[in-house]
Write a protein that binds this ligand. Structure first.
Ligand SMILES: CC(C)(COP(=O)(O)OP(=O)(O)OC[C@H]1O[C@@H](n2cnc3c(N)ncnc32)[C@H](O)[C@@H]1OP(=O)(O)O)[C@@H](O)C(=O)NCCC(=O)NCCS
Length: 380
C-alpha cells in the first residue's frame, strides 16, 4: 500500500494537472495559458482573456468579434431574475444573492446539457455574461434606483459601470474597470476554484459548481481583503498618521491588510499593475488621498517588517479597493466584483476538470473513539 500523506488543508498537495494558470511567486509574474499578465493587461480586454481561458488560445480578430457578440448578447437578465435581485433583502450580503441567483439562472437556459461531461456553458456564456448584470442591478436596487439594461456596444467592464451608474463612464474609467476584471479572472488552485472543480468532478452542472465556488469566495479568508484595506485607510485618516499607525498596529501584532501572500514573495504583479491604474485614476479625479496614504503605508510597513527580517509586499487587494472607490463603487460590491471576474477562471477549470475527470475523494485521519460499547437509551 502506498505511503499515506497528510497535509492539513491539503497545503502543498498536487491534486490535478492544469494548463490554465502559472504563478511565479519568486519573480513576481502570473501567466494565463502561458501569457504573462503584464502583456495581457497591456493588450487585451476581459472578453479576450475570457476567450483565452476557455479556448486555450488567443482569439483571431474574427473569433474575438464572434465571441464578444455572443457574450454581449447574453448579458440581458430575464424578468424573473430581475425580480429576484430586486426583492433580495439589502440587509443580506450580495454574495448570498449571487450564490442563489446562479442556481436560479439555470432554469432560464434552454440549451445547456445537464449532468453531462460535454456541458454547453462555453457556448452560452450565460454565467460569465450575467453575473456582471446581476451585481450592477443589485447595486442600483440597494440605492433605490431602477434596473438599467445592458449596452451591447460596451466592453464588459464599461457595461458593468454603465449598468451600475445609469450613465456612460469615461473611457479611462471603462478601460480600468475592464482591466481590473482581467486581473482577477484566474489565479490557480485557490479555495474557490478547487471548490468549483470538486463539484464539477461529480458531474454536477456548471451552475451548481459556480454557485459553490461563490460560497467559497464569500468567506473572509478568501475574498474581501480589499474591503478591509479601505477600512484600514479610513482608520489611518491621512498621510501624516501613517508612521504612528503602523508602529501601533505592528506592536499589537495586527496584520497590514492587502500585504503579504502565500505564494508571491515579491510584489504581486497584479498589485504592480493595479497601482498604475490607481495613479491614473487619482490624476483623472484630481484626488490623490488614497494613493498617497497607500504608498506611504507600503513604504513604512515594508521597512518596519524588513527590519524584523520579514519581506512583505502589496498583493492584488492592496490598491484595488481604492480603484473601485474612485470608480464610484461601494465596498459591499467589492467581493461580488471579484466573483464576476473569477467566473471566467472557474468555468475554464470546470471544463478542464471534465476533460479528464476523476471524482475528488480524499480521506481524513480518524481520531475519534473506537469500538465503544453501545449504551441503551434508558441507561444514558
Ligand atoms: C496572506 C497572508 C495570510 C500570508 O501569510 P503567510 O503565508 O504567513 O506569509 P509569510 O509566511 O510570508 O509571513 C512571514 C511573516 O510576515 C508576517 N506577515 C505576513 N503578512 C503580514 C502583514 N500583512 N502584516 C504584518 N505582518 C505580516 C507573518 O505574520 C510572518 O511573521 P512571523 O514569521 O512572525 O509569523 C498574510 O500575509 C496576511 O494575512 N495578509 C493580510 C491579509 C491579506 O491581504 N489577505 C489577502 C491575500 S491575497
Amino acid at each position: 500500500m502506498a505511503a499515506e500523506t497528510y497535509a492539513k488543508g491539503l497545503e502543498g498537495i498536487i491534486a490535478a494537472d492544469s494548463s490554465i494558470c502559472k504563478i511565479d511567486g519568486v519573480n513576481g509574474n502570473l501567466y494565463y495559458r502561458g501569457y504573462s499578465i503584464f502583456d495581457l493587461a497591456a493588450e487585451c480586454s476581459f472578453e479576450e482573456v475570457t476567450y483565452l481561458l476557455l479556448y486555450d488560445e488567443l482569439p483571431a480578430p474574427t473569433q474575438l468579434a464572434g465571441f464578444s457578440k455572443k457574450m454581449r448578447g447574453s448579458r440581458t437578465l430575464a424578468e424573473p431574475i430581475i425580480q429576484m435581485v430586486r426583492f433580495f433583502p439589502t440587509a443580506a450580503h450580495p454574495m448570498e444573492l449571487l450564490q442563489s441567483v446562479i442556481s436560479y439562472l439555470s432554469g432560464y437556459v434552454t440549451h445547456h446539457i445537464e449532468h453531462s461531461a460535454t456541458c454547453n456553458c462555453r457556448n452560452t456564456l450565460h454565467q460569465v455574461a450575467q453575473l456582471a448584470s446581476v451585481v450592477a442591478a443589485h447595486g442600483r436596487f440597494r440605492d433605490g434606483k431602477e434596473y438599467v439594461p445592458p449596452d451591447p456596444d460596451l466592453s464588459h467592464g464599461a457595461n458593468f459601470l454603465y449598468m451600475l451608474r445609469g450613465s456612460m463612464p469615461d473611457p479611462l474609467e471603462s478601460e480600468i474597470m475592464d482591466k481590473c476584471l482581467l486581473l482577477h479572472a484566474e489565479h490557480g488552485f485557490n479555495a474557490s476554484t478547487f471548490t468549483a472543480r470538486v463539484v464539477a468532478s461529480t458531474l454536477s452542472t456548471c451552475y451548481s459548481s459556480i454557485s459553490s465556488a461563490i460560497g467559497s469566495l464569500y468567506g473572509s479568508l478568501h475574498g474581501g481583503a480589499n474591503e478591509r484595506v479601505m477600512s484600514m485607510v479610513q482608520e489611518i485618516g491621512g498621510i501624516d498618521n501613517v508612521k504612528t499607525w503602523v508602529d501601533k498596529a505592528l506592536s499589537e501584532k495586527r496584520k497590514i491588510m492587502g500585504m503579504g501572500h502565500r505564494v508571491y514573495k515579491v510584489k504581486d504583479p497584479r498589485a504592480v499593475i493595479m497601482e498604475r491604474y490607481l495613479e491614473q485614476l487619482s490624476e483623472f479625479k484630481n484626488d490623490y488621498t488614497y494613493f498617497e496614504i497607500l504608498k506611504e503605508l507600503e513604504k513604512t510597513a515594508g521597512e518596519r517588517l524588513s527590519g524584523s527580517g520579514k519581506t512583505v509586499y502589496p498583493n492584488v487587494d492592496y490598491f484595488s479597493g481604492a480603484v473601485y472607490l474612485l470608480l464610484g463603487i461601494p465596498p459591499i460590491l467589492f467581493t461580488p466584483i471579484f466573483a464576476l471576474a473569477r467566473v471566467a477562471g472557474w468555468l475554464a477549470h470546470i471544463l478542464e476538470q471534465r476533460s479528464d475527470n476523476r471524482i475528488y475523494r480524499p480521506r481524513c485521519q480518524y481520531i475519534g473513539p473506537d469500538a465503544l460499547e453501545f449504551v441503551p437509551q434508558e441507561k444514558r
